[in-house]
Design a protein around this ligand. Structure first.
Ligand code: BGC
Length: 818
């Protein structure tokens, strides 16, 4: 059976488009700052609760599993299908339309068995369920929060925690049990179609933001599912691509954010990914799903597969995927049917043992018992959408990044009239497409947001609105891909006399550029995607010429899924606002930044390079077709550990905007940085390095700043990136002239590098330079130092885990090395 399934899949040409431990890198600040302190207190509380609770649920689950029949257990191992007849879902208490999947429960009162079926709803931008139901006048809208890339740009775990709490409220009030989020893969390459859902090119930012989200959601009793584990960094041929990555890069970059999240926040769920890692599907790797995830990191939740991921259900279950999703007819390989029958068969013929069956079901039941369904949470279908809309805007206000602001082009006085160009001002992109889409009750467009705060050029606004009505195209994507509204960008010729007219009559030009992206496809390096289209370039130059001729300013708003080229056009404009995909309150949040109602404090969680060719993975993304069957099959992670700023910094590459960068309407000064304590030279170092620094608002308006701690480590056995982010913290809102003392801690685990020769995390001896900076451009920062006297072995890991396939050597594909 094993072989049969495998070969059917492989030969199928069809593919569906469709402080850790206490990381302590999370900043702790002294009494002057309550918010980050409360974050670390929350963290302690989470750890304590988790230890008490997880034991109790394990014991309960064990007792329940002992009373279940094999048939009941086998049923639980495979989901109930994406859109099943509700009666076939075992022990479904109340149904919710539009969830992505279910896990069967069990009901046998005589044996005191009543584990409810679990309802799994997507994210990560909010709770994804159907907003309306046939024959029902009630609505089921959910808040569309800003997408992941923007959320991470806040660099504010406390705020992210609040988002998590709000998401949990919506999930529970609508009857959901598991949230299929957050997505936390590394933004390895700017063209990954799902970068909008992910947080960062850096594992610390990714891990800390994900931890805050998980803690927020779970603190209110809804389950999270961190995904996609692991190395799911592209979408092209996503079911079959083989990510070829060295164990060190996996450990230091791709696994590390997940490791932080698991150890800090104890997610109840995790989702394996579609891709292979070094020759085997991630979910079918016992070294990943069991040795690393459970034995090394202590994950104690439920592991599920991504939807139709993997090649063999028995391999998935044996490796440590507890439940295969979604079950039902396999849509990737038509004709294969429901994997449930192969699981039963595998159990009968001994490929799946009783021990494994019991283990997996125990994992499922232990989590099921914590869910709203198990606790009979009374579904109100009435979440606090109003409060969450306010929160969604607050997050967007705090995550939008001001990239350029020549001669203080921004903020604009609300008396200034705006000529607003670009079709995306109407076709505003709240988020990406696919399973990450959410159905809110409204989306404020950019033109509507601007019009609420400024006089806008009416003639131009009606031109765009008429053009949109005449040219919009609505497509409904394939499986899992939501409705997409697209519209061409009107050209300078289409605009006719509008540009010159507006330059005469309006005070400022605002041009919005849009880029949608989503699941199942990657973006393209060419014109109209990474590069601007000729039409967009024409628009920027015509508008800039006309407005500059009148001594008026031009500001560009980027409502984009991911990074685009800036080099070709940015010199022509005065201001650039990177809004990513700001959720349902897009227009109002962008207008807040333009007017200065919100002082920007978002910082890039990914680098914007000078050109796509500068991206170290540009030569290997999204893969190669080695067997010449017309589909990409291998993706070689040629830049190894040098992902994002680690590459640009180490190899002295100029970039357009560095990681960590973002302007404000005020200015900040960081001073009096000091190493307060260095616990690394103790015999058994538990504590790391404690730093103190002072941030002062030296400008004229109130604002927040992100303090970023970059460390340059000595190289003894291991080459390392020139600098790596080891801690960060955001200040509270500082009034002009006010300052804040911040304490930041770097744990030994955060400091460590992975020694592949010994399968160990080590801190090497020598002098460490610490740069407390406002971005990864540390050139003007004077470092402080600390010394490590002897090598510290922070952790031993599973020998040989995730090794390269036989015959593949790092030297054969790693092109970026010192
Ligand atoms: C996506 C997951 C999602 C699942 C359920 C898959 O195609 O990769 O992120 O949670 O579908 O919708």
């Amino acid at each position: 059976m094993k072989k049969k399934i495998l070969t059917t899949i492989i030969s199928s040409t069809l593919f569906v488009s469709y402080g850790l431990y206490s990381v302590n890198a999370m900043a702790q600040t002294d009494s002057v700052q309550a918010s980050a302190n409360s974050e670390s207190l929350k963290s302690e509380q989470v750890q304590a609760d988790w230890h008490n609770n997880s034991k109790m649920y394990d014991v309960l689950a064990k007792a329940i599993v002992a009373r279940m029949t094999d048939e009941e257990k086998l049923k639980m191992l495979v989901g109930a299908g994406m859109d099943p007849d509700k009666d076939t879902v075992i022990n479904l208490k109340a149904s919710v339309n539009g969830v992505a999947g279910y896990i069967h429960g069990v009901y046998a009162p005589k044996r005191r068995l009543d584990v409810p079926a679990l309802k799994l709803a997507d994210g990560p931008a909010g709770i994804r369920i159907d907003p309306t139901r046939e024959g029902d006048s009630q609505t089921y809208y959910a808040t569309a929060f800003p997408s992941g890339a923007l959320i991470a740009s806040t660099w504010n775990p406390d705020l992210v925690h609040e988002v998590g709490e709000a998401v949990a409220n919506e999930g529970k009030e609508y009857g959901v049990d598991f949230w299929l989020a957050p997505g936390m893969n590394i933004q390895r390459n700017p063209l990954n179609g799902r970068n909008f859902e992910y947080y960062s090119e850096d594992p610390l930012v990714s891990g800390m933001i994900a931890s805050a989200m998980v803690q927020g959601v779970q603190s209110k009793g809804l389950a999270t599912t961190i995904k996609h584990f692991v190395a799911n960094n592209s979408e092209t041929n996503r079911f079959f691509i083989n990510a070829v990555v060295t164990p060190r890069a996996l450990r230091e970059i791709y696994l590390r954010g997940f490791e932080y999240a698991v150890k800090e926040s104890h997610p109840w769920g995790i989702m394996s990914s579609y891709n292979q890692v070094n020759g085997t599907n991630s979910g079918e790797r016992a070294d990943l799903m069991t040795d690393i995830l459970r034995n090394e990191w202590g994950f104690n939740g439920l592991a599920m597969s991504d939807w139709f991921a993997g090649y063999n259900p028995i391999d998935l279950l044996n490796a440590g995927v507890d439940v295969i999703q979604p079950g039902g007819e396999n849509l990737v390989v038509p004709g294969l049917g429901d994997w449930g029958k192969y699981v039963v068969e595998g159990y009968k013929n001994g490929e799946l043992t009783k021990a494994t069956l019991d283990r997996n079901v125990r994992h499922i039941v232990a989590q099921a018992l914590k869910t709203p369904s198990a606790k009979n949470y009374p579904i109100s279908n009435n979440p606090d959408l109003k409060a969450h809309a306010t929160l969604a805007k607050q997050v967007a206000d705090e995550g939008i990044i001001l990239l350029k602001n020549q001669n203080s082009a921004l903020p604009l006085a609300t008396s200034q009239s705006i000529a607003s160009f670009g079709i995306t001002q109407i076709n505003t992109l709240k988020g990406g497409t696919g399973s990450g889409d959410v159905h809110p009750d409204h989306v404020t467009t950019i033109i509507d947001g601007l019009a609420k705060q400024f006089p806008v050029n009416e003639s131009l606004a009606s031109f765009y609105s008429d053009y949109f009505e005449a040219n919009k195209v609505i497509t409904t994507g394939g499986l899992g891909v939501s409705k997409i509204v697209s519209c061409t960008e009107p050209s300078v010729t289409d605009l006719g006399a509008q540009i010159n007219g507006a330059a005469q009559n309006s005070d400022v030009a605002v041009i919005t550029l849009g880029r949608v992206a989503g699941e199942a496809a990657d973006r393209k390096a060419g014109r109209g995607d990474y590069l601007l289209s000729e039409t967009e370039l024409g628009l920027i130059s015509s508008v800039s010429n006309a407005f500059h001729a009148q001594g008026k300013k031009v500001v560009v708003i980027l409502n984009i899924a991911g990074v685009i080229d800036m080099s070709e056009w940015q010199d022509q404009v005065d201001g650039i606002v990177l809004a990513y995909m700001p959720g349902q309150e897009s227009g109002d949040a962008i207008a807040d930044i333009i007017s200065g109602k919100a002082n920007p404090s978002g910082k890039l969680a990914q680098t914007i390079p000078l050109s796509y060719a500068d991206v170290p993975s540009s030569t290997t993304f999204p893969g190669v077709d080695e067997n010449h069957d017309g589909a990409l099959d291998h993706q070689y992670y040629n830049e190894d550990i040098y992902v994002g700023y680690r590459y640009y910094q180490t190899f002295n590459k100029e970039v357009a905007y560095p990681f960590g960068y973002g302007l404000s309407y005020t200015s900040f000064d960081i001073s009096r940085t000091k190493v307060l304590m260095n616990g690394l030279n103790h015999r058994h170092p538990r504590k790391g390095v404690l730093l103190k620094t002072v941030v002062a608002n030296t400008g004229d308006v109130a604002g927040k700043e992100v303090v970023q701690v970059y460390v340059a480590a000595p190289e003894v056995k291991l080459k390392k990136p020139n600098i790596e982010l080891k801690a960060f913290a955001k200040t509270r809102e500082l009034a002009p002239g006010r300052s804040q003392r911040m304490m930041l801690e770097i744990s030994p685990q955060t400091l460590a590098s992975f020694d592949p020769a010994k399968d160990q995390w080590i801190v090497e001896p020598g002098t460490y330079q610490v740069y407390v900076s406002q971005s990864s451009d540390i050139r003007s920062v004077t470092p402080v130092e600390f010394v490590v006297r002897k090598e510290i072995v922070v952790e031993n890991t599973t020998p040989g885990a995730l090794a390269l396939e036989e015959g593949v050597t790092a030297a054969s594909f790693v092109t970026v090395a010192e």
